[in-house]
Design a binder for this molecule. Structure first.
Ligand code: PLP
Length: 446
């Protein structure tokens, strides 16, 4: 690897002083990124890579969108920071734009710095509003890295953190490809997953359950689009028992699935909805909780015991206002939807036909997963849940060497480019994936 001068210094200082997330620190080899534009990033050697990851699935509007960058600069000149107790123009406007796009009566926004703290606060609100201790969430889910959020997470990253929130109970959600319910159709999977959840609620005691927390579509855990009727069934179960329904749209929100919010397309209104990432594409950290009437009313005459110094930070809110307006004006949501139906869906089906290592492809919009298996009939994953393998490491480094920045997790490669990606760029990425999958096929056959 030949790094150009600044990149060499960046790398050296990173290795000496930066403590990286989710990693053992020794032996890390982070790629230096020097600049980015639209769907591309440039590494420390000057190579251009197509960003099929949207970083951590957050740059929905692409990199360095000039109007969002200008809005942040303008806001910095005008008012760079202001405490949350004051009313501020961009905060008010961001809240309006977000609330107007949210389903049903989700009209009020509590701003946070990101997705994990949004989930922390949503759970706190649900516990206070119901006076109940427990929260149910799915196995195969990700809700964030702070204490309650990581306990609620249903992947192995929670194991070392499990000595935290005692009120968390996990259950199985629908996942037909690896069904725990012996289902053969989406309809069967839906019915049986709901029956299972109903039983968990009964056995835990509905009067002890504050909330059910669900990603609208589990993202990092594998992009398992819930079958029609599943979210509605969970809504109905919550209504029956006075349980607060929290839908986590941190990854699915703001265009990723070809809609502002996926829960709205599924026809349900949660009591609380959490968001982050795509709200301003992560140009400045921002997340939040959207509150419906029920929870809002609870705190009408009693104080909400929670807050953050940077709640509704003006730079983050200015970025959100600009990003949402650009997405509206330029049809970015429609683009995400049509890239999904017209380019990614047929493209991935072709790759699945050509490559025996592809077990299943699934998704919608610009939100797709490819499951890699060493045996199609047995559906044997090429890496364990939450773990790595030589084949997956090779797939990722092959992709990078070909000029493709992938998002990989366990035995999956996710196709999650910006919502602004063009058809030509998408095809370029799928062609590179074709080569990566060829290499995976060869490695499995060896
Ligand atoms: N919820 C979901 C569904 C996510 O995908 C993520 C992050 O990937 C989070 C919550 C946590 O968000 P953050 O990293 O901003 O705290």
């Amino acid at each position: 690897m030949t790094l150009i001068d600044d990149a060499a210094r960046t790398y050296e200082l990173d290795r000496r002083h930066v403590f990286h997330s989710w990693s053992a620190q020794a032996g890390l080899d982070p790629m230096v990124i020097t600049r980015a534009e639209g769907s591309y990033v440039w590494d420390g050697e000057g190579n251009r890579l197509l960003d099929f990851s949207s970083q951590l699935v957050n740059t929905n509007i692409g990199h360095q969108h000039p109007e969002v960058v200008a809005a942040i600069a303008e806001q910095a000149r005008k008012l760079a920071t202001i405490a949350p107790q004051y009313a501020n123009d961009v905060r008010s406007e961001a809240a309006r734009l977000i609330a107007e796009r949210a389903p049903g009566d989700l009209d009020r926004v509590f701003f946070t710095n990101g997705g994990a703290d949004a989930n922390e606060h949503a759970v706190r609100m649900a516990r206070l509003a119901t006076g109940r201790p427990k929260v149910l969430s799915r196995y195969r889910s990700y809700h964030g890295g702070t204490q309650t959020a990581i306990n609620l997470t249903g992947d192995p990253r929670r194991f070392p953190n499990d000595a935290g929130d005692a009120g968390v109970v996990h259950f199985f959600g629908p996942y037909l490809y690896r069904s725990r319910f012996h289902a053969r159709t989406e309809a069967e999977e839906c019915e049986r997953a709901l029956a299972h959840l109903e039983q968990v609620v009964e056995l835990e005691g509905p009067q002890t359950i504050a909330a059910i927390l669900l990603e609208a579509i589990p993202g990092t855990a594998g992009i398992m689009v819930p079958p029609p009727g599943y979210l509605a069934g969970v809504r109905e179960l919550c209504d029956r028992h006075g349980i607060v329904l929290i839908i986590d749209e941190v990854m699915t929100g703001f265009g990723r699935t070809g809609a502002w919010f996926h829960s709205a397309t599924d026809g349900i209104v949660p009591d609380l909805l959490t968001f982050a990432k795509g709200v301003n594409s992560g140009y400045v950290p921002l997340g939040g909780v959207l509150l419906g009437e029920r929870i809002c009313d609870h705190f009408a005459h009693r104080p909400y015991p929670g807050g953050l110094t940077y709640s509704g930070h003006p730079l983050a809110c200015a970025a959100a206002v600009a990003a949402i307006n650009v997405m509206d004006r330029d049809g970015v949501i429609d683009n995400a939807r049509s890239i999904g139906t017209e380019v990614i869906a047929p493209g991935l089906s072709r790759l699945a036909e050509r490559h025996p290592s592809v077990g299943e492809v699934r998704g919608l919009g610009v939100f797709w997963a490819i499951e890699l298996v060493s045996d199609r009939d047995a559906r044997t994953p090429v890496a364990p849940t939450g773990g790595g393998s030589a084949i997956m490491s090779d797939a990722v480094s092959t992709a990078k060497s070909l000029g493709l920045l992938p998002f990989a997790n366990s035995n999956r490669i996710h196709v999650v480019p910006p919502c602004t990606i063009t058809p030509a760029e998408t095809r370029e990425g799928l062609d590179l994936l074709d080569k990566v999958l060829g290499r995976v096929d060869d490695l499995i056959a060896e």
